[in-house]
Ligand binder design. Structure first.
Ligand code: NAD
Length: 507
């Protein structure tokens, strides 16, 4: 690590929201822990004509909530340099190169360079071409590039973008961010699966009935209406985060816990996800857009009334669907996914629903609430956010006379303190990129296959005008999302809306 952490970060988009909200605080946390030390420097570039002094003040403000001492903040910020720069303008790269060489010398960085493209993907191609043509890739150390989502808006645009980037950086040097992969409990999926024989031995279609992946947001589009209205939930969430989580759940055990082995298995899993025909899309996927609604006595506007959203927008703010994985392990096990905005509660959680025992010995004895004489199913739940942890529901015997099976839940949550002190997703990911570890970044083959899967859904939907809006803000999506799973004889395990309905707080 010692050699890797001597590095010059060049952040394109240094005045932007991402840089200020995520990158500077993450760099500060790394600095505080000694993961980067005095031998690092940051060049921030963007269009605004800021001075180094002003930039350092901004950086200090962005880390103020982490409560550094004045001296600590001052020392940290002294590593930051600003260059006003229009990425389209070749001249600016000449000055950038000069500053790069100077800082390399001043901080003894051995030519190690990490470029962070925190701006619109439209500019990625032009930036990397200039890095090459202006000789910024010629230093002796490592050269890596971190790229933000969205990576293209369909397979074709992603492929073109990838060609532009790979003309300069090799696949090994490209770190495509999916910040979900930086989350503690996403990384924990592998521990739960591969460090517990009781789960891994049952992780297949003999024992698992269905898998449910939920990425629910309680917020609306907020100030992101302009971007979101062009994207929608399918591209914004399913193509990347949802399919990444699915591949971690579905992959075969890797031969070793290394980036190469894990990514190889994830790619194989994605390749086994069925790419639907148009007819299958309509059978297996539903979309929604929120209408106005009232939850817990608070009123929320409809999506079409949000700022920067067109009044007759047909963009989906909700997707639910069923993926099928055509391999020996998963054949016949539906992977249900559900994601959307303005749902009842914020929560990312996975439910692994196990099959019933082959014979229910207690059938005759079961009273309410198991009217259908079925035992409650065993469910392993992985809580990713906002709480982190996992639970397992089992059936025990109700205390007392007779023999009534009763579900009990073994529940573990990381403490608030552990969550608070655990590295933030961006901190982990920057740390990994410094170490040259791409396990938690997406490989081009994963991006490409995810687009192939999602493109057919998009094309099928684009041929039919949706009947929007179709769910009230504060609910868990349109009725069609419930019908989708119920027609298979299952139900969503997570139903936070019921709690509010029972109390008259949601219609
Ligand atoms: P932003 O609009 O807040 O910032 C964009 C930055 O790019 C600004 O610093 C601006 O000065 C700079 N810029 C724009 N045009 C330029 C030009 N011609 N030359 C030089 N600089 C120019 O955007 P953001 O929210 O920080 O997002 C940046 C990237 O990260 C986007 O690709 C976005 O999709 C992605 N992203 C952001 C978030 C987030 O939380 N903000 C989350 C995930 C992905």
């Amino acid at each position: 690590m010692t050699e890797n952490k001597k590095v010059l970060f060049t952040i394109f988009g240094a005045t932007g929201d991402l840089a200020q909200r995520k990158l500077y605080p993450s760099l500060f946390r790394l600095y505080r822990k000694g993961d980067i030390d005095e031998q690092f420097a940051v060049i921030g570039t963007a269009r605004r004509p800021w001075s180094d002094e002003h930039y350092r003040e901004v950086v200090k403000e962005t880390v103020a909530s982490l409560k550094p001492t004045e001296e600590e903040a001052e020392k940290f910020a002294s590593h930051f340099y600003y260059q006003s720069h229009d990425v389209q303008d070749t001249e600016h790269y000449v000055t950038l190169k000069k500053l790069t060489d100077q800082l390399d010398e001043k901080y003894q960085l051995n030519g190690n360079r990490l470029y962070y493209l925190a701006m619109s993907p439209n500019f990625f191609g032009v930036i990397v071409q200039h890095l090459k043509s202006q000789g910024m890739m010629d230093s002796t150390g490592y050269h890596r590039v971190i790229i933000e989502k969205p990576f293209g808006s369909d397979y074709e645009t992603a492929k073109q973008l990838n060609e532009e980037i790979t003309a300069v950086f090799s696949e090994k040097e490209i770190y495509r961010i999916d910040h979900y992969l930086g989350k503690e409990m996403i990384q924990n999926i592998s521990a739960i699966r591969f460090a517990n024989n009781i789960f891994e031995s049952m992780w297949n279609n003999r024992y698992i009935d269905n898998v449910q992946i939920n990425l629910a947001e309680d917020l609306g589009v907020e100030e992101r209406g302009g971007y979101y209205d062009k994207s929608g939930a399918l591209k914004d969430m399913v193509q990347n985060h949802v399919l990444q989580i699915l591949s971690l759940l579905a992959m075969e055990p890797p031969a070793a816990f290394s980036d190469h082995e894990i990514r190889t298995e994830k790619i194989k899993a994605l390749n086994a996800v069925r790419v639907y025909t148009e007819k299958e899309v309509h059978e297996n996927f539903v979309r929604g857009q929120y209408d106005k609604g009232t939850l817990d006595n608070k009123d929320f506007p409809a999506y079409q009334q949000e700022p920067n959203v067109s009044e007759d927008s047909t963009t989906e703010t909700f997707v639910a669907g069923k993926f099928k994985i055509d391999n020996f392990r998963w054949s016949g096990v539906p992977f249900y996914v559900r994601t959307g905005k303005r749902l009842t509660e914020k929560g990312t959680r996975i439910n692994i629903v196990f099959k019933q025992v082959p014979v229910n010995l207690f059938k005759a004895r079961i009273d309410e609430p198991c009217k259908d004489k079925k035992l409650p199913q065993n469910v392993l739940t992985i809580y990713i956010q906002p709480t982190e942890g996992f639970s397992l529901s089992l059936n025990g015997k109700e205390i007392g006379q007779g023999f009534n099976p009763q579900p009990v839940k073994l529940d573990y949550r990381n403490s608030a303190e552990a969550v608070e002190n655990s590295p933030e997703a961006y901190e982990r990911l920057i740390f990994d990129a410094l170490n040259g570890d791409s396990t938690n970044f997406t490989h081009w083959d994963e991006v490409a296959q995810s687009w192939r899967i999602v493109d057919v859904i998009r094309h099928a939907w684009d041929k039919v005008d949706p009947d929007f809006p179709n769910y009230a803000a504060g609910t868990m999506g349109p009725q069609a999302a419930f019908d989708l799973i119920e027609k298979d004889g299952f139900e969503w395990i997570w139903q936070p809306d019921n709690w509010y309905r029972e109390r008259g707080l949601l219609k």
